[in-house]
Design a protein around this ligand. Structure first.
Ligand SMILES: Nc1ncnc2c1ncn2[C@@H]1O[C@H](COP(=O)(O)OP(=O)(O)O)[C@@H](O)[C@H]1O
Ligand SMILES: [Mg+2]
Length: 267
């Protein structure tokens, strides 16, 4: 398999909420093992892109391909063409579900099930959705929790954890699904400042391990260290993209310059 084979290929993605056109033709490529940081002002459509990739939102047009074309059958590439308006609703629903299976999302507000323990949160997807044997899912969950320093929180409930701990559980829950693609939506923006670094360190480790990821973040220093490519979007379009050092240090577009300058001044 070619290492540059895209795990994710997005073409012309568009989405409106009523008369509000939120995505206006987004193209995005993420090669296997690469990390793309998606940055841009609030309301520019970043979350809508991630939700579309994870089957939580159905775009109006464009296409999404996830998975390598030449890999084993259960990893084979899936393309969903949202422009095909003639497609029966049932088929579309099946396609979106298949798309959802290939990625896992880490949410800004963790989105853990409050009535379930840490372990139950982590094994819910593998056992209930993926129908994997419970004992195997538990063993994997325990290993992943140990990895992020939360082995002893296995039987705790989310309300008993700090935000940083909850988010590390959120990351473990995503990893437990063994997705081809990890999606992070401002994973540290809800955290107290002193809890941010632990979570970013875990994400950086995953990047170094070769996970393929799209990360929406306002942490520019983190993006510079972790991302292979930075994509700046505004108003539902990609304004500028390129190597992290270039986009963050020498942006070509005025809108990117203004955004980066504003964020740096806030720090
Ligand atoms: N479910 C929804 N219904 C209506 N409008 C929405 C919905 N989700 C997002 N929007 C709108 O889409 C725009 C982009 O939102 P979002 O993708 O969350 O941007 P970002 O993540 O970049 O802040 C915003 O104007 C937001 O109000
Ligand atoms: Mg958002």
């Amino acid at each position: 398999m070619s290492p540059t084979e895209p795990v994710l290929q997005v073409r012309g993605l568009s989405k409106s909420f009523g008369s509000n056109q939120v995505l206006r033709g987004i193209d995005l490529d993420v090669p296997r093992g690469k990390v793309v940081a998606l940055i841009g002002p609030s309301g520019s459509g970043k979350t809508t892109i991630l939700r579309s990739l994870n089957g939580l939102e159905t775009p109006d047009g464009g296409s999404v391909t996830v998975g390598a074309r030449d890999s084993a059958a259960d990893n084979a590439a899936l393309t969903v063409d949202f422009a095909d308006a003639a497609l029966p609703k049932k088929v579309r629903t099946q396609q979106v579900a298949a798309l959802r299976d290939r990625s896992a999302m880490v949410f800004q507000h963790y989105n853990l099930f409050p009535h379930m323990t840490v372990l139950q949160n982590v094994i819910e997807g593998p056992v209930q959705v993926q129908k994997r044997p419970r004992a195997e899912a538990v063993a994997e969950a325990e290993a992943l929790l140990a990895r992020v320093g939360l082995a002893e929180k296995r039987d705790a409930y989310p309300f008993e954890l700090s935000g940083g701990q909850q988010q590390r559980v959120g990351i473990v829950r995503a990893l437990a699904l063994k997705p081809q693609l990890l999606l992070f939506d401002e994973p540290t923006s809800a955290l107290d400042p002193e809890l941010v670094d632990d979570v970013l360190a875990v994400i950086k480790e995953l990047a170094d391990e070769g996970w393929t990821m799209v990360i929406v973040t306002h942490e520019l220093a983190f993006a510079r260290q972790t991302a292979d490519e930075v994509v700046f979007m505004d108003g539902g379009v990609v304004v500028e993209r390129g190597p992290a050092a270039q986009v963050l240090r020498e942006p070509q577009e005025e809108r990117t310059r203004a955004f980066v300058r504003r964020l740096l001044h806030e720090i």
